[in-house]
Structures are given as structure tokens and as C-alpha cells.
Ligand binder design. Structure first.
Ligand code: ACO
Ligand code: AAE
Length: 303
């Protein structure tokens, strides 16, 4: 049995990554209730908002209202995406605990997603990073397309190493290695994670896996073997990226928790309450959730 971490942090990204791609407008009240349910379930970190252009991502336009109305848990960090100073100022006003600068290891994706090159994005993030530190906010860097890009295909390890180093030099407390389109497989995952670990301390790295090809849980297990102990997931497997067509949601939180529980890895999260939250948001969206464990556990309750 390989030596796996004895505990992990699960960052719940459903309210942001999970909902950002929904076509029908979801009310701020529903989003607020979702965040509150997730807080009750015991998450130490919830990605609750995104202060991006409402023209680019209309679903996130209610972020300030959601942040104003949630009931904050004393031990929970509420994060918000901030692509530039305009986003940062909004996140600060909304009392975000952590801001997320989000770049890419792929030039093509950077242009499509945030309308600038990787180098331009890093220059933009410098102001956000400085302001975050000055205001005592945590700073997280997210690196999209670390395993493959919907526009340019392969992404070399050297590109991942380069952006991790740039995020590190900006002073990020945590850096996410993201499989935006869910194409990675376990050996590749370990190669990318080992590359990131050479550029940043392992305790500050996280794995953000979408599940398009059904590989996300296997990739999380592979990452556990490299020592990575922070994972992102989305309740009910919600999600997708408006600038990565065809990509499905993040790995489902219920499935990750079920696996961690089985491995004896502590998360501090109440799986039953996450299943309830998944049922709630699925009902609101009018469709069955895509978490295998969530659906099985909900069916067992009815049996
Ligand atoms: C993999 C993932 O899931 S990542 C998450 C999903 N992707 C995203 O959220 C990316 C969203 N992208 C964006 O919001 C945009 O590309 C931006 C804001 C980063 C850059 O867009 P640009 O058009 O180059 O911005 P620019 O600075 O030129 O401003 C254009 C307009 O956007 C507005 N804008 C810029 N930044 C923001 C912001 N953070 N919040 C709200 N509005 C903004 C400006 O006020 C301006 O408005 P106007 O036309 O009414 O004057
Ligand atoms: C910011 C993100 O949402 C990360 C990704 O999936 O690319």
C-alpha cells in the first residue's frame, strides 16, 4: 500500500465552477442556499463567487448578492475568482477571504478565456497579488489546461512548470493544477504533479479535475500517491467551462468523499449533508445529479 496523506482538504467549487456554465439564470437565493448547505457540511473552503465580466459569464453576475447573503461559517474560507483589479475590488467589497487569479498553461486557452496572453495575464495578476497581500487576503493561483487544451491540444510539462513558477513568484499561497477538459490519465497526472512539485511546495498544490473521460477519481488517487493533499470537487458533479466546449463538470464531491472515507483519509466533511445539498441543487436545476455515490446513497435512503 503506497503512503497516502492521512488527511486532505476538499475545496468545494460547485457554486462557482459548477454553476457558471448553466444556461438558465439561477437565482441568488438558490445559490446562497447551496453555499449555506455546503458550509453546514463542514467544508473549510468554498469557491462561492466569480467577479468576471457579466458579458463573458452571465451566470456569475449575482456573485456580490450571494456573498452578501450567505451565512459564513467560522472555519470556512470563501473564495472568489478575480481576473483583474476590477474583479479584485468587487471581491474585496464582497468580503471574500481568498481571491483566485486564474491563468493557463496554454496560450490558446488564455486568449479564449481571459482575452490575453499568458505573459499579459501574469502582468495583470501582479496588481491583484499585491492588493491581496496588502488587504490580508489569501491568494490562490489556478492553472487551466495543465493536462491538455481544447484549442492547442498537447501542453508541454515545461509550460506547466513555467506558470507554476510565475504563480509562486506572485506570492500565491496555493496553486491549482487543473484538468479543465478532463483528458488526463493517471501516469500523465503523476508526471504533471511531479513537475509542479519541483516548482512549488507540495502542501500548497491542489488537483482540480474535470471528469469528461471518467478519469477524475483515478487521477486523484494518482495525485495522492505524489503527496498532493488538496482537491477540488463539485457537489453533484455540476459544471463545465463556457470556454471549453464539451468538457463536463468537476469530479463529484460525493464520489471523492466516498473514496476518501473508504481509504481512511480524513476530510472533516459530512457526506450525508453533501448528498442533501446535491439533491437540493439537482431539484432546482430540474435534472438528476451526476454523482454516482450521491445517487446511490440517496436511493439507499428511499429503499
Ligand atoms: C476554466 C474556467 O472555468 S475559468 C472561469 C471561466 N472563465 C471566465 O470566467 C473568464 C471570463 N472572462 C472575462 O471576464 C474577460 O475575459 C476579462 C474580464 C478577464 C477580460 O475581458 P476584456 O474584454 O479583455 O476586458 P476589458 O478590461 O477590455 O474590459 C471590457 C469590459 O469588461 C468589463 N470588465 C472587465 N473586467 C471585469 C470584471 N472583473 N468584472 C466585471 N466587468 C469587467 C469592463 O468594465 C468593460 O466594460 P464596458 O465594455 O462596459 O466598458
Ligand atoms: C479556474 C478553473 O475553473 C480551473 C479549470 O478548470 O481550468
Amino acid at each position: 500500500m503506497p503512503n497516502l496523506p492521512s488527511q486532505v482538504k476538499i475545496v468545494e467549487v460547485g457554486p462557482r465552477d459548477g454553476l457558471q456554465n448553466e444556461k438558465e439564470t439561477i437565482s441568488a437565493a438558490v445559490k446562497t442556499e447551496l453555499v449555506d448547505r455546503l458550509t453546514q457540511a463542514g467544508f473549510a473552503n468554498i469557491e462561492a463567487a466569480s467577479f468576471v465580466s457579466p458579458k463573458w459569464v452571465p451566470q456569475m453576475a449575482t456573485s456580490a448578492e450571494v456573498m452578501a447573503n450567505i451565512t459564513r461559517g467560522p472555519g470556512t474560507i470563501y473564495s472568489a475568482l478575480t481576473p483583474n483589479m476590477q474583479g479584485f475590488e468587487a471581491a474585496l467589497a464582497a468580503r471574500a477571504d481568498e481571491v483566485v487569479i486564474f491563468g493557463s498553461a496554454s496560450e490558446a486557452f488564455s486568449q479564449k478565456n481571459i482575452n490575453c496572453s499568458i505573459a499579459e495575464s501574469i502582468a495583470r495578476f501582479e496588481g491583484v497579488a499585491r492588493a491581496a497581500k496588502q488587504n490580508g487576503l489569501r491568494l490562490r493561483g489556478s492553472i487551466s489546461c495543465a493536462f491538455g487544451c481544447p484549442y492547442q491540444g498537447e501542453v508541454p510539462l515545461s509550460a506547466v512548470a513555467d506558470v507554476v513558477a510565475r504563480m509562486r513568484d506572485l506570492g500565491c499561497d496555493e496553486i491549482d493544477i487543473a484538468d479543465t477538459i478532463g483528458v488526463a490519465t493517471p501516469r500523465q497526472t503523476q508526471a504533471v504533479m511531479d513537475t509542479a512539485i519541483r516548482a512549488f511546495h507540495v502542501a500548497g498544490l491542489s488537483g482540480h479535475f474535470h471528469d469528461t473521460y471518467g478519469q477524475a477519481l483515478a487521477n486523484i488517487y494518482a495525485s495522492l500517491e505524489t503527496g498532493i493533499a488538496i482537491y477540488h470537487s463539485s457537489v453533484s458533479g455540476l459544471g463545465g467551462c463556457p470556454y471549453a466546449k464539451g468538457a463536463t463538470g468537476n469530479v463529484a464531491t460525493e464520489d471523492v468523499l466516498y473514496m476518501m472515507n473508504g481509504l481512511g483519509i480524513a476530510t472533516g466533511i459530512d457526506l450525508d449533508l453533501v448528498v442533501d445539498a446535491g439533491q437540493f441543487i439537482s431539484q432546482q436545476l430540474g435534472r438528476k445529479g451526476s454523482s454516482r455515490a450521491g445517487n446511490a446513497l440517496a436511493a439507499k435512503r428511499l429503499a
